[in-house]
Design a protein around this ligand. Sequence first.
Ligand code: BGC
Length: 874
Amino acid sequence: MVPGIGDLLIRRFPRNALAAGLLAVALPAFLAATGSPATGAPGQAASPRCPWLNQALPVSQRVGLLLPRMSLADKTALVAGAGASQQVIGTASTKAIPRLCVPAMSLEDGPNGVGDGVSGVTQLPAGVSLAATWDRSLATRYGAVIGSEERAKGTMVNLGPTVNIDRDPRWGRSFETYSEDPYLNAALVAPEIGGVQSQGEMSQVKHFAVYNQETNRNTSSDNAVVSERALHEIYLPAFWAATQRAKASSVMCSYATINNVSACQDADLLTTILGQRWGFPGFVTSDYGAQHATAASANAGLDQEMPGNAYYGTALRSAVAAGQVSVATLNQMVTRILTQMFRFGEFNHAPAGSARAEATTPAHQAVSTAVAEAGTVLLKNAPLKDALLKNRGRALPLRAGAVAGSVAGSVAVIGPAASAAPADAGGGSAYVTSPFQVTPLQGIRAAAGPRTPVRYAQGLPPDTSLAPVAGSALTPAFAGARPGQTYTGTLTAPQTGTYVLAVKSPGDRTILSLDGREILAVPGTAPTTTYSAGVSLRAGHRYTLQVAGAGPSARLTWATPSQLAPGIAKAVAAARAARTAVVVVSDDTESEAADRARLTLPSAQDELVSAVAAANPRTVVVIDAGAPVAMPWLSRVAAVVDAWYPGESNGTALGAVLFGKVNPGGHLPVTFPASLAQVPASTPAQFPGANGKVLYSEGLDVGYRYYDAKNETPLFPFGYGLSYTRFAYRDVTVTPGQVRNSVSGPGPTSCRCNGQSRRLVTVSATVTNTGRVAGSDVVQLYLGDPAVAGEPPRQLKAFRKVTLAPGQSQTVRFTLTGHDLSYWDDAAGGWVVPVGRFQIYVGDSSALAGLPLRAAFTVTSTLTGQEATALAMP
Ligand code: BGC
């Protein structure tokens, strides 16, 4: 019997109900404080042996006492992983130095909850779902859940959040990061890190920098050829916010090579920008295996190697002895690590948690549900021709409580992702294990209540249940291959139609190609190792089929059109018999270690949706995926809901949204392209690169900036999202003021405009809920620079989420700083505010049609970095 939601919640939270109040009450107090992390229960006290344990002393003095007492071996123990045998908990640890009262440092993933198979934790919605909420306070709560659970598990450093720009929807880790926009990423990273660190856990923001694809990762072929301007304007702002605003303890350098230099030995990045320009006092750790040198890394500013000590163990000691790395440099590395350990109280209150602790609580579960609900984006809810209907002629929200047995309120729930194979999370180090997932079917049943008939039809076989490709169709038979080798065969289709081809490849990155076209990339990581693709084949035609990289345990399976037909027919019958058909589709092929070959949904889900839509005009499609997917059936369905990877509350959140208990208010943090040909990095030279280079030749035109610049209409624009109510915009006003930089220096290059400049322009606008139900909207402000700046047409520079009762209005005020108006000037090596006319656009989507309010102001003199700049209104 399938357990009800109530059962699941009780099983999940047998104790600790008090914790529900903890986050709500304690957290604001932590955050209102000075930004210092909370510390745990009293621990080690100062002793004559370890006087640096004296908490009354300033951190620098404590470091100053300890450092001279450390031997070369002690120092190298702190700057490298100790190896598996010494591991405390987490993905990696340093070695404790008991003689000096130095605790071991344990580091653990990850960005979407405590990862790596650790039990008793909360599976949060993916990072992209959090971004779709556009809600800074939810980001704080999300971070606090992670920090609290990491601490409960006994780790010291959380490896997250992931804040890389989602440059291309094929990136396997699109789900794990926030968005395609630097402003949105920067806006969310600060509160999330604040939340993590409020629990006493260090946050290690990752991956610094320009890590935007899995193909060729950690090889010199992922060599991003990127301009300095794009680096500063697009790829770095979230890291700036993480280190400057949120005071992250540490930064993880990435697998990428940037303009021929490996990120973990990039002195420009680690020393000039992070250390000198930003004045970051924290430490830099390598992504796992991303370090490729000893002296070059140490001298470039890499403080810690993880997870092992190939470069910073004996090799570093030799490099110091040989003078290739100075003692002063090593001391700086150690100082940066010790400073954060003292700052977070680790010497006096080392993590007290344990690997077996039940870290999840009802309060954490509530945060997971709240983010999943608030991040859900209603993409389509078109008026239906069938006007007999009570809910204003639209398919959503569904009405619960129909008379049992009547078709009036009944729901057919369809698709493997609704029950048999739910997709709650993406794969790789961000994957979080939870035994308490609520499936979409369970959630819909619970929300529908006992009087609303809900019938389930799976529609398609789960990918894991397919049969081996028939011997007669495939020549020669597929029997796996050695990793690195390629199987090539001929596939002859017995009939014309849609087939599902699936590859199971545990542990090995495997590529499946048909007639030379890559259709699947299987990373071989959790949560699933079987990936599928739907393909149209013609009877009798011989296709060349290749499987590259699979090991001997790999399997190649399929389902033919006639094998698929009965399941689809059952789904169609269920849809026909119900008032509304809800088809839950998923993309379970998104994971670290492989990029997606295409945007097409796996299996024959497109066929399933089309068949159901033809049978029932009230077909609602729910998408569980971490990134944009193709929707060839879009014009034929009544409604589309994007729930991203919603985490363990999948069904709970979905039920609430579909039945209108929650009004969806999520907005897209990424552009949904109409096709792959339309994306900014559409050429192979741009993604995933060719001949040892990945050309970031789109420059600043990333995400919506590109679509706007090229006048391309995407399937759905960045910032877009519907709701069960409507919003109207009016009364935009612009009040230009004056700016005075808080940092003095000669000329524009010394203008440290990053958030430090004073108020420049105030914009206000009024938004009204003109519908009949309460709901939330995301008021977005885009800035159009004067042509001289050479910027894309519009850039997000401010946003606010507002929640309004029917008829209620709110006037939202935004303040633009000098930095918001500035661009990166390569020649000047800094930020410059250009002279000229700026356009302001306000609305609730990046597309012009969604930006009804327009205004303008003029900057009359370039910001010099020192004195007030007068602004004149037109
Ligand atoms: C990933 C990191 C992760 C690390 C440890 C790497 O492969 O890129 O994001 O933190 O593994 O699991």
